[in-house]
Write a protein that binds this ligand. Structure first.
Ligand SMILES: Cc1cc2nc3c(=O)[nH]c(=O)nc-3n(C[C@H](O)[C@H](O)[C@H](O)COP(=O)(O)O)c2cc1C
Length: 341
């Protein structure tokens, strides 16, 4: 059975495939998406934006939504709990040209949940329906929702929310197979995704959680029967994972990604950062991004130290270029799975 869909339609939005890249706060910025888009995922998302910040024209929030024409299809994600305000925010995003608007009901951070936003919405499923209905009535682009399995192990309600979202007219629902209480701890439980798929009639079900490899993507499809998968931490330092999953699902030979690919990607990603940020911010971003790419590399400690101590972006490029990459080996273990938000 083929799980791959090329193209993949979310409402009227035509995506190249059903292998999607997640919104990642503090990570899925323009340079990150530039790297991601080289490998043609079904969609890339900007990180979540707060609806109140968007409607009051907060400049920092608008910057999170920067994108280039070549990044379509691109999604934006709103976070908040007020239906009217969410509708206003969605209209702004539609005007900015986003192809899909997602509603965040999964963010576990206290600062976000304390006013009932993010995963706080899971405590109030009817409110999710209310927000979705308002948003859907205000825009023409497809509206989707992203949830967790439930607030905690005693209040699992993803299947109920799937039905509510479908009734409200959402075109897809992504389920992260962990509860809010779990944060990012422990394995994601894909049974909850399967339960959502079992009750879904029209709404597409997207599986999410612990997809760090092509094999894991296939396993998620097989386990849940989901319509698509959303890769989150697995995209950090592996911008090519969509291409790998695609090849694997098509039965093609895996693309060999050696140390040379890591070196090239580091340079390309850093170049994208330099083009986008000032020198100081670039250096800070390099440290974060560099860690992702160097994670599976054995023998790069001296380079890590150099990257952390660098005082200019020029220095960083020469450190990478002059590093003896021939002596570096890639760990066979899947170390990407260890990163936490
Ligand atoms: C650093 C970080 C930032 C995240 N930011 C967002 C976000 O802005 N919106 C969202 O819906 N989920 C966000 N998530 C959750 C992911 O999209 C995803 O649901 C979660 O990491 C589980 O998938 P994974 O196991 O493949 O990483 C974030 C996760 C991490 C680790």
């Amino acid at each position: 059975m083929s799980f791959l869909k090329t193209p993949f339609f979310i409402g009227k939005a035509c995506l190249p495939s059903n292998i999607l890249y997640a919104p990642l706060a503090g990570c899925s910025d323009l340079p990150f998406r530039k790297m991601s888009c080289r490998y043609r995922p079904g969609i890339v998302y900007c990180e979540m934006v707060k609806i109140d910040a968007l409607v009051r024209n907060d400049a920092h929030t608008y910057k999170l939504l920067d994108y280039e024409p070549g990044m379509h299809p691109i999604g934006a994600q709103i976070c908040g709990s007020k239906p009217e305000m969410a509708a206003g925010a969605a209209r702004i995003l539609e005007d900015l040209g986003f192809d899909v608007i997602d509603f965040n009901c999964g963010c576990p951070v206290d600062k976000v949940t304390k006013d009932g936003s993010g995963s706080g919405m899971l405590k109030n499923p009817d409110k999710i329906g209310e927000v979705l209905s308002k948003v859907i009535a205000s825009v023409k682009v497809p509206v989707t929702v992203k949830i967790r399995a439930g607030w905690d192990a005693d209040t699992i309600n993803a299947a109920l929310i799937t039905q509510i979202a479908e009734k409200a007219g959402a075109k897809a629902i992504t389920i992260h197979g962990r509860t809010r209480e779990q944060g990012y701890k422990g394995p994601a439980n894909w049974d909850f995704i399967r339960d959502c798929k079992a009750v879904a009639k029209e709404i597409l079900v997207i599986g999410n959680g612990d997809i760090f490899s092509a094999e894991a993507a296939l396993a998620c499809f097989q386990h849940t029967g989901c319509d698509g998968v959303l890769v989150a931490r697995g995209t950090m330092g592996q911008p090519w994972i969509a291409e790998d999953i695609l090849s694997y699902l098509m039965g093609k030979e895996a693309v060999a990604r050696g140390v040379g690919a890591v070196r090239e990607a580091l340079l390309e990603h850093f170049e994208a950062i330099v083009q986008y940020q000032n020198e100081k911010q670039s250096l800070l971003d390099f440290r974060r991004v560099g860690c992702w790419y160097l994670k599976p590399c054995l023998g790069v400690k001296p380079l890590r130290i150099q990257l952390n101590r660098a005082t200019s972006t020029t220095e960083v490029f020469s450190f990478i270029e002059q590093f003896p990459w021939d002596s570096v080996e890639l760990s066979g273990d899947n170390l990407f799975a260890e990163s936490e938000g």
